[in-house]
Design a protein around this ligand. Sequence first.
Ligand SMILES: C[S@@+](CC[C@H](N)C(=O)[O-])C[C@H]1O[C@@H](n2cnc3c(N)ncnc32)[C@H](O)[C@@H]1O
Length: 265
Amino acid sequence: MAYGRLGVVRKIHVIGIGAGDPDHLTLQAVKALRSTDVFFVLDKGEVKSDLTRLRRDMLEAHIPEGTYRVVEARDPERDRGAGGAAYSPAVGDWRSARAGIYERLIAEELGEDESGAFLVWGDPALYDSTLGILEEVLARGAVAFEYEVVPGISSVSALVARHRTGLNRVARPVQITTGRRLTEGFPEGVDDVVVMLDAHQTFRRYAEEDVHIYWGAYIGTPDEILVSGPLAEAGPRIERLRAEARERKGWIMDTYLLRRNPEDA
Ligand SMILES: C[S@@+](CC[C@H](N)C(=O)[O-])C[C@H]1O[C@@H](n2cnc3c(N)ncnc32)[C@H](O)[C@@H]1O
């Protein structure tokens, strides 16, 4: 079934809201927030409710009460146990399940002349599936809409800013990757690597090498923890702080930059 009147197209903003500090919100993001009628918030479960709260606080801080609606939906569970070759199909199934939810939210909760928004953590272009899911919804053809993307301050930008360092060295490359990929070694020809989505503290593999780490957890929030130094010394400290914080809050989000041979220009 196709939803919608011919020629009427709903508008959607995908808004990067920064990595945790309400002040990360850009003026462009605030403008987009103010032109939105319906906010879609996908709840990832109890442990992430802090993040849902933060989004609601941002709305309350920047938009007059009573001028918008918030529609919450539960994110489908992702099969995180799937490893190796099974990893991609698991992500694919999860995306399709989310596409079904987004399709229903847009079709049923957004009036044809209204505009909606998805608030995305950090920057929507970096390790986030919202854009891919919206493309999948459009491809299904059941609901029509136009969408725009508002960039946000990513956790990567926030991390290096807090550590007052750059991402790359002069004329050298930097790579952003995942903990899973880092288990395969440093990328070919790259000595500066940003690691995200690492539940296993993969940096430990490099403790014997000349590597400097810039680590941050809950960056931009009141719980922020920052550690930097040679990996051999900083690594054990990070492990301890990480375990304590995870125990205390029930969840953790951390990102780090590994710099190999830090004395090289
Ligand atoms: C699904 S990705 C989303 C990244 C997001 N789009 C961005 O631009 O930062 C989630 C990962 O981002 C990193 N991350 C996001 N927010 C963070 C924060 N406030 N502090 C530390 N790491 C963060 C962590 O590596 C986490 O595992």
